[in-house]
Design a protein around this ligand. Structure first.
Ligand code: ADP
Ligand code: MG
Length: 323
């Protein structure tokens, strides 16, 4: 990808994003780290861990998945604990790593495919499996229904795409009792089924998006901002009881210290370029640009990551030299 960028060819999806999206374990780890809803999932390598893992995700019936499957082929539903264990053992004996996932029963046989381009969902369908099939992939015979996504589902799809480092993605979402749960973010989603069902020109949206990006390319802002020595970008959380709590940004000493707030994050919402009048709250997170040393002073002592020095202090003995 970097090479392509140097060659001045624009790629919508980053190489890293494509790699992660193809690995269900890595993707789910990344999404869950960013607090995106996913079905409870466990990864097991050892035989003795299989049973506890099945129990941890809620017991049978349980979903078993190959880490690199697509089009529904590597996804199985085991009705009983015994079946689950024998399937997993079989796969492991073939050196296949598997994920064990809670079967989201209320969503049996259906899921949502949200097609994200840039920071928008340009099309969405609900795919419904046919007959006894629980997998709703179009390749498994799933039929498409047109739907209008709620804000909650739309936000989840866009956020998941951005976290994966993708600009064009097909996000599979289960409609669980607990709200949207992301199954996977496909970095090369098929167009045919969703275009046919919605009648939308999704390929056209991708082309328009890419054309706009080429006119107004995204730059690696972190890299640009860190070019000045000693300056950097970092995210700081405001703990309760902090001197910044309940104070307008303009009334803090941040400006004097040359620290700028680029974005304020509060309760899952982002406020880019917050005004001086915006009042800071406890638990806000602020993305700042400024002198690294001064920003480090803002991190509360107890949350600072300190490296415990392993090596002993160097004792320098002067023994005189002979040359
Ligand atoms: N945890 C789950 N609970 C219920 N249904 C699921 C679950 N995981 C997958 N499915 C069904 O199986 C289909 C394929 O799963 P997915 O993880 O998207 O794999 P693939 O990459 O093969 O498409 C989904 O579209 C959905 O219908
Ligand atoms: Mg899928």
């Amino acid at each position: 990808m970097r090479q392509f960028q140097q060659m001045n060819i624009y790629c919508a999806n980053t190489a890293d994003g494509i790699l992660v999206s193809r690995d269900k374990l890595k993707s789910l780890q990344l999404l869950s780290k960013h607090k995106i809803g996913i079905p409870k999932t466990a990864f097991v390598r050892d035989k003795k861990d299989v049973l506890p893992a099945i129990e941890r995700v809620g017991g049978a019936p349980v979903i078993i998945k190959l880490i690199e499957g697509t089009q529904g082929i590597g996804v199985l539903l085991a009705e009983t604990q015994e079946t689950a264990i024998s399937i997993i053992e079989l796969l492991q004996s073939q050196k296949q790593n598997v994920l064990i996932q809670k079967f989201v029963a209320e969503s049996k046989g259906k899921d949502i495919r949200a097609f994200v381009v840039g920071d928008q969902v340009v099309a969405a369908i609900r795919r419904v499996a046919q007959g006894a099939e629980f997998r709703s992939n179009i390749h498994r015979g799933g039929k498409a229904e047109n739907i209008k996504l709620t804000d909650e589902y739309r936000e989840a799809a866009i956020k998941a795409t951005q976290i994966m480092g993708l600009r064009v993605a097909g996000v599979d979402i289960l409609e669980s009792k607990a709200g949207p749960q992301i199954l996977e973010v496909n970095s090369s989603p098929g167009l045919e089924g969703i275009e046919k069902s919605t009648g939308l020109d999704i390929a056209g949206s991708i082309v328009d998006y890419i054309a706009a990006q080429v006119d107004f390319p995204e730059i690696d802002i972190r890299q640009r901002l860190t070019v000045s020595r000693g300056y950097g970008v970092t995210e700081i959380q405001i703990p309760s009881g902090s001197k910044f709590e309940n104070i307008e940004i303009g009334k803090t000493d941040l400006k004097d210290k040359g620290i700028n707030i680029l974005t304020l994050y509060r309760a899952g919402k982002a406020y880019p370029n917050p005004s001086d009048k915006k009042v800071l709250n406890a638990e806000d997170r602020v993305l700042c640009f400024g002198k690294i040393d001064l920003m480090r002073d803002l991190i509360p002592e107890k949350t600072k990551k300190r490296r415990t020095p392993r090596a002993k202090k160097l004792v320098t003995k002067i023994v005189g030299h002979s040359d």
